[in-house]
Ligand binder design. Structure first.
Ligand code: ADP
Length: 260
């Protein structure tokens, strides 16, 4: 790092003197690498016991249901849901270490975008009371990592649900625009201030505020989503009004533009 400030400049534009301070950031870089390595190992180690926990919770739920113990079966189901949440948090930490070390691998193929959105929404609808209103059309084929794009859709819809606790519905829509498929999710929740819109895609960034602080999170989901979309040659953006709601969108290039 070299912070330099130019001092007097001659009439011909030539700089007479420079002053500067130099700081060796190698130590800082090493610390960041160590932090990422630690996060990677810790997340990986945490995943294994969670996989067994999930299995036990599911077996327990089934057994309790068989014996007609609906109340305890419900507890076992809640345990399972908490394990799913933990697994997803750990998955985010692992993804970030992969992204930061340039080791994220995208398993790309051609797939039908509408089909993936339908599948992902169907899955999400099972675990939320919000009505996910879906408007789709056959937008065509995209070339990307199907699982990773499903992760992006899941993240955006889950955020829409999470940040609109008093709303009853969220709107999901896909369409064609030029040579791109556009995915949109609109919620009627807490929204965010205009000047925070670009920041939410940064690593560990969370909007602060009395209301915002009541929602738990690591501030990683949108960073990961943005990295995946950008590496798939798409764009991600948000429109939002504080107190009214947000609309998150992303685009992906189409392989074969649908001709109407
Ligand atoms: P997390 O939700 O874990 O904090 P994200 O990366 O998914 O992390 O989101 C970053 C921040 O962006 C959130 O902390 C929140 O402040 C804001 N945000 C994301 N989605 C929404 C939304 N639908 N409505 C309002 N704010 C949102």
């Amino acid at each position: 790092w070299f912070l330099t400030r130019a001092l007097p400049v001659l009439k011909n534009g030539e700089v007479l003197k420079w002053i500067g301070t130099s700081t060796d950031i190698n130590e800082f870089k090493n610390l960041v690498t160590q932090k990422d390595t630690f996060l990677g190992i810790a997340s990986h180690e945490l995943k294994t016991p969670l996989t067994s926990l999930k299995l036990y919770a599911q077996v327990l739920e089934r057994m309790l249901k068989k014996t007609g113990d609906e109340k305890n079966a419900e507890f076992a189901k809640k345990m399972d849901l908490q394990v799913v949440k933990l697994t997803s948090l750990i998955g985010d930490l692992l993804d970030v270490t992969k992204i930061n070390s340039g080791k994220i691998h995208l398993n790309e193929s051609d797939f039908d975008f509408e089909k993936l959105v339908l599948e992902t929404v169907e899955e999400l609808q099972m675990s939320t009371l919000h009505k996910i209103k879906l408007k789709t059309e056959n937008v065509g084929t995209v070339f990307a990592d199907r699982e990773r794009i499903s992760q992006v859709i899941t993240n955006l819809i889950s955020n829409a649900i999470k940040y609109s606790p008093d709303a009853v519905e969220i709107l999901v829509d896909i369409k064609n625009e030029g040579n791109f498929a556009i995915f949109t999710v609109e919620d009627f929740g807490i929204g965010m201030p205009e000047d925070k819109k670009a920041k939410v895609f940064e690593q560990y960034y969370r909007v602060s505020g009395d209301e915002q602080n009541t929602f738990p999170g690591l501030g990683l989901g949108l960073y990961i989503a943005a990295q995946i979309v950008e590496r798939s040659n798409g764009k991600i953006w948000v429109e939002s009004t504080l107190g009214k709601g947000s609309t998150f969108c992303f685009s992906l290039p189409l392989v074969d533009r649908k001709i109407n």
